[in-house]
Design a protein around this ligand. Structure first.
Ligand code: ADP
Ligand code: MG
Length: 703
């Protein structure tokens, strides 16, 4: 490869065919600033002539369709912002409506009645007819010219880009130019030894073939190489960050296990720790004493006893003269932790505070003072605890509970809360799939609570259609007769809150009708109720006064009632897997057999059906997490936008699991031998890591 100073960093406006106006749009729409950025903008699919289908075959399930036909009519309707352009495309088999809401002037110039066009877009069914909104349109001649050069790449484009002529075809055109212009200047980023060992396509070839592959094989190889490269650099950065922290950043040293911990352990612990809990506490204690900052992920299924582990570690921090802080994702959960922990500590002289968004300002002020003076030793709260205003005297330990939203960059914010960064324990309620743990949390050490507290029977899960309600109600009666308590949960989804609330109230009324007083006591809890009313209802259920609690998902992370043995989830098809698993975790906390009953209508989407099937099949949180990732993709699960994963342009942690693992292994091998990447054979790696860190920020250099 050619290693001389290169053209690839040239500003995109200087590429022939681009210029300042297009450069501006490329920058604002796609963050493309240089030739190189453009070359790294990959097509999301390809097509060739064989894919053209008769219009009659088009259906709404298709992600995309490629058709060919004549424009038989063109119509403009409306004025200004609400105007739209429709055209009818017809082939021998049928017709299809094409619709544009924007860029109408430009489209009008382009499509001409009576002429033949090739059209590519997403078909939709509207009023009994198929249409395509904002399809890509080109003349048959244009299409043929492009095909003669091989497979045609399809690029994602936006309205603004299209208005500047940069639809998929326009992008392909400047891509060709960029490839020609940079020929011989594209740097290799991987060392030769790696290319040989893994038989990877050289970068220049891969870039050319990802855009304009001669055949499928060439395209596949290019994709493999680029995915691997992407994942390797992500791993190198994560692992270097981890190394840097453990070797260079000073960490607090907690040598003592003192009176606080011991007193609690011997006098206040209501039960024996599980072996898993003991092991994890040991792992954390070891971390707290190495002189490096701890960054540990604690994975453990719902009910495995993570809160207690966190509390024990907070006590160690106190024994060493430091404050602790515990952050939960919701107010209810923060409140619950506050209650549990205050109760567990009982008469011990440890001062615990609660800070959430709804803390009154007088109380807030008092908390701030006590934190700064050091009088308050444990602060529990929501995100509010890491706001800038909140200053600690000496924060030594931070627990982040049940969150999926914190990537490296966010955790780095917390490091700044003390001169020497506090130790950090991240706890997840829903186990994280392996690939995700390796990427989003790839810079953390991992502990696993793989054992449940004794005496728990796995929850039996059943799925019934609504028509079986009578049978389910009989089952409830039987359970209550035997002394059990029942949750009935309804979904509450923000967009249709009023409707959901009506569902809940209807459900509640029908239950009250079917389970009349005085034999059955039924309570209700939902998010619109005042806190004291909510507390009152919860307490009645906890005390065993009410037999049935009708609730929205407010209970998802809320209550701990060991006597509750049945969880009925209404409209279960509307819940996500992680949520269903969390809800199920509310029962099965006592010694008797518990049940989770998923109620749904007959009409189920394919995904909803899979979710319910998985729930019935397994209680294993790890299996559920894997399935969830496959069904939903990583974005929803982790809020990946914030976690550093959005850097992934081509690899997918869902589909490329094997590659994620390979990249991690190779990165570890390389760094074991040459952590700073200073050996000559790793020169290319070092340069590329530096370049990426310039763009995305350097996780290692905090404070
Ligand atoms: P999670 O891991 O889901 O956060 P919790 O910390 O809420 O689990 O614990 C679930 C329940 O198990 C709580 O009621 C807690 O008091 C109880 N628990 C925790 N550890 C043990 C133990 N070693 N033996 C018995 N019960 C335990
Ligand atoms: Mg918990």
């Amino acid at each position: 490869m050619n290693d001389k100073p290169n053209k690839t960093d040239t500003a995109i406006e200087y590429l022939k065919g681009v210029g300042p106006a297009r450069a501006e749009i490329l920058k604002s729409e796609l963050q493309i600033l240089t030739f190189e950025d453009l070359l790294n903008y990959y097509p999301f699919r390809y097509y060739d002539r064989q894919e053209i289908i008769p219009i009659a075959k088009v259906n709404a399930d298709m992600a995309f369709a490629l058709v060919r036909g004549r424009i038989t009519s063109i119509n403009t309707q409306g004025q200004g912002r609400s105007s739209r352009l429709t055209a009818v495309l017809r082939d021998g088999s049928g017709s299809l409506e094409l619709v544009w809401f924007q860029g109408i002037k430009w489209v009008k110039e382009k499509i001409v009645g009576g002429q033949e066009f090739v059209v590519f877009g997403k078909p939709a069914l509207f009023g009994g007819h198929y249409n395509m909104a904002h399809p890509e349109v080109e003349t048959v001649q244009q299409f043929s010219e492009r095909l003669s050069e091989g497979t045609v790449p399809v690029y994602y484009s936006t309205e603004k880009l299209k208005q500047k002529g940069l639809d998929s075809r326009g992008i392909a055109k400047i891509m060709q130019t960029a490839l020609k212009t940079t020929e011989g200047h594209l740097h290799e980023t991987l060392p030769d030894h790696l290319l040989e060992k893994l038989q990877l396509t050289p970068r220049a070839t891969a870039i050319r073939n990802i855009h304009f592959p001669a055949d499928e094989e060439a395209q596949r190889q290019a994709e493999y190489r680029l995915k691997f490269e992407e994942l390797l650099f992500l791993q190198l950065r994560l692992l270097q960050t981890k190394l840097h922290r453990s070797q260079k950043l000073k960490g607090l040293i907690f040598p003592d296990v003192g009176s606080c911990f011991n007193n609690f352990y011997t006098q206040h612990l209501p039960f024996e720790l599980t072996n898993a809990q003991k092991r994890v506490v040991k792992e954390i204690r070891r971390d707290m004493n190495t002189g490096a900052q701890m960054n540990r992920l604690l994975q453990g299924d719902v009910g495995s006893g993570k809160t207690l582990v966190a509390l024990l570690c907070m006590l160690i921090a106190i024994d060493n003269g430091y404050q602790s802080c515990m952050m939960a994702p919701t107010e209810i959960l923060a409140q619950q932790h506050f209650n549990t922990i205050s109760k567990m500590l009982g008469s011990m002289e440890v001062k615990v505070g609660l800070l959430t968004g709804s803390t009154k300002s007088a109380q807030r002020k008092r908390l701030h003072e006590q934190l700064e003076s050091g009088a308050l030793q444990i602060l529990i709260g929501t995100h509010a605890v890491i706001e800038n205003k909140v200053q600690f005297k000496n924060l030594g330990f931070v627990v982040i509970d049940e969150q999926h939203r914190f990537g490296v960059a966010q955790r780095a914010e917390i490091w700044k809360k003390n001169v020497i960064p506090p130790h950090i324990l991240v706890m997840t309620a829903t186990p994280i799939p392996r690939t995700l743990a390796m990427t989003v949390y790839g810079d953390l050490d991992v502990s696993v609570l793989d054992e449940m507290p004794p005496g728990r029977k796995p929850v039996k899960t059943l799925h019934y259609y609504d028509s079986k309600r009578l049978m389910v109600f009989n089952f409830i009666r039987e359970q209550i007769r035997q002394g059990g308590q029942i949750y009935v949960v309804y979904p509450l989804i923000e967009e249709s809150e009023t409707l959901d609330l009506k569902d809940l109230m209807d459900g509640y009324e029908s239950i009250v009708r079917d389970f009349p007083l005085p034999e059955y006591q039924t309570g209700i809890v939902h998010g619109r109720m005042k806190q004291d009313v909510k507390d009152y209802e919860m307490q009645r259920f906890k005390d065993g006064i009410s037999n049935i609690l009708v609730a929205t998902t407010v209970i998802e992370v809320g209550v701990d009632v060991p006597n509750a043995s049945v969880m009925i989830i209404e409209n279960a098809e509307r819940f996500g897997l992680a949520q269903l698993h969390q809800l199920r975790g509310r029962v099965g906390r006592g010694a008797e057999q518990s049940y989770c009953i998923l109620m749904s209508s007959y009409k189920l989407s394919k995904d909803a059906r899979s979710r319910l099937e998985i729930m019935v099949k397994t209680n294993n949180g790890f299996e559920i997490a894997e399935a969830d990732l496959k069904l939903r993709g990583p974005g929803d699960i982790t809020g990946t936008q914030q976690s550093g994963m959005m850097e992934l342009k081509i690899a997918s942690i869902v589909r490329d699991e094997a590659l994620v693992t390979l990249a991690r292994r190779i990165a570890i091998e390389i760094l074991n031998e040459d952590a700073p990447l200073t050996l000559p054979q790793n020169e290319r790696l070092r340069r590329q890591v530096k370049k990426i860190s310039r763009v995305f920020g350097n996780w290692g250099l905090i404070s």
